[in-house]
Design a protein around this ligand. Structure first.
Ligand code: FES
Ligand code: FES
Length: 161
């Protein structure tokens, strides 16, 4: 067992975990932050996406011990301080960017990382960025519209489905 200290959504926690524990297991099972999902065992789906030191990371691809000393952001920390949905979350709701919602935490975290680096991405840039996030329900179209809207851009060029 190794003791690690991680700041998750602004709260610093210290826990002992096995060296083989994945970051996604640590978040879900040790910290009970179950908004970070596990949708595959091949590092393909992106449902587990979080931010580590400001960078988007698939939490199933790193060990918790590698996050020792890091700042981690998960979907649980994305709402506004008053509990209301943040701009990206609200846009997903407004533009029907989700159906079952399983992929949505990863999509929102992925979109947040994109908009941080590229505040007004084109449709092509959004679609390219989302290649690491799989959705089995929506067909992606409304997710792209939601991210366009969240970045303050007109979505008229992307027809509603
Ligand atoms: Fe991490 Fe699918 S659970 S990419
Ligand atoms: Fe169901 Fe994306 S909304 S997997």
């Amino acid at each position: 067992m190794t003791e690690i200290t991680v700041t998750v959504n602004g709260k610093t926690v210290t826990r002992s975990c096995e060296d083989r524990t994945l970051l996604v297991q640590f978040l879900r099972e040790d910290l009970r932050l179950t908004g970070t999902h596990v949708g595959c065992d091949t590092s393909q789906c992106g449902a587990c996406q979080v931010h580590v030191n400001g960078k988007a990371v698939k939490a199933c691809t790193m060990f918790a011990v590698e996050a020792d000393g890091a700042e981690v952001a998960t979907i649980e920390g994305q709402a506004n301080p008053d509990g209301s949905l943040n701009t990206i979350q609200q846009a997903f709701q407004d533009y029907h960017g989700l159906q079952c919602g399983f992929c949505t935490p990863g999509m929102v975290m992925s979109a947040a990382a994109l908009l941080k680096d590229n505040p007004q991405p084109t449709e092509a840039e959004i679609r390219n960025h989302l290649q690491g996030n799989l959705c089995r329900c929506t067909g992606y179209h409304n997710i792209v519209r939601a991210i366009m809207a969240a970045s303050g851009q007109n979505t008229d060029a992307i027809a509603a489905e």
